[in-house]
Design a protein around this ligand. Structure first.
Ligand code: GDP
Ligand code: MG
Length: 170
C-alpha cells in the first residue's frame, strides 16, 4: 500500500559547513556561492518518494554558532532524524561535528536516525579530513556516512533518500 510519512529532521554542524546550502539544493535544486548565514533556525519542507512511500521531510536548518547552542535541543528533541554536517576542508568542523554526535547520543531521541555528511566534497584540493577517518568514526558510532557537495549536488538527494529508507525507525 501507499504510505505517506512525515519525518522531522534537523541539520547540525559548524557555521559555514554548508547546512543551508544542502537544504537549498534538496528543496529548491539551487546553489548560491554566497549563501546568507542562518539566524537562529529556518524551516523547510520537501517530499521525497522512497520505494512505495512518500516521506515529507520537515527540516530545521540551525545556525551552528556557539551563541545559538542553547536553542539546539528545541530542534533536535522531537526530531526523527539528524544530519550532522562538517566541511571536508576543515578539521575544526570535523571536531565540532563529533561534539554534536556526542550531544545527540546523550540527549537526543534514542531512536533518531543520524547521518554524518562530509560536505564540500568538490573541494578535493583543499581536503583536510579523509573519507576513511570519517567512515571509521561513523561506523563506530552507528551513523551512516556520505560525502556530499551542495555545489555539484553529489549525494544530496541520496542522503535524504537513505534517511527515508530508514523510515521504519522514524
Ligand atoms: P551553513 O552556515 O552551514 O548553513 O553554511 P552555508 O550553506 O551558508 O554555506 C557556507 C558557504 O559555503 C557558502 O559560501 C556556500 O556557498 C559554501 N558552500 C556550501 N556548500 C558547499 C559545497 O558543497 N561546495 C562548495 N565549494 N562550497 C559550498
Ligand atoms: Mg545556514
Amino acid at each position: 500500500g501507499h504510505n505517506n510519512l512525515n519525518a522531522k529532521l534537523v541539520l547540525l554542524g559548524d557555521m559555514g559547513t554548508g547546512k543551508s546550502s544542502l537544504v537549498m539544493r534538496f528543496v529548491k535544486g539551487q546553489f548560491l556561492e554566497f549563501q546568507e548565514s542562518t539566524i537562529g533556525a529556518a524551516f523547510f519542507s520537501q517530499t521525497l518518494a522512497v520505494d512505495d512511500a512518500t516521506v515529507k521531510f520537515e527540516i530545521w536548518d540551525t545556525a551552528g554558532q556557539e551563541r545559538y547552542h542553547s536553542l539546539a535541543p528545541m530542534y533536535y528533541r522531537g526530531a526523527a532524524a539528524a544530519i550532522i554536517v562538517y566541511d571536508i576542508t576543515s578539521s575544526e568542523s570535523f571536531g565540532r561535528a563529533k561534539k554534536w554526535v556526542q550531544e545527540l547520543q546523550k540527549q537526543g531521541n534514542p531512536a533518531m536516525v543520524m547521518a554524518f555528511a562530509g560536505n564540500k566534497a568538490d573541494l578535493e584540493e583543499k581536503r583536510k579530513v579523509t573519507a576513511e577517518e570519517a567512515r571509521v568514526y561513523a561506523e563506530e558510532n552507528g551513523l551512516f556516512f556520505m560525502e556530499t557537495s551542495a555545489k555539484t549536488s553529489v549525494n544530496v538527494n541520496d542522503i535524504f533518500y537513505e534517511i527515508g529508507i530508514l523510515r521504519d525507525r522514524i
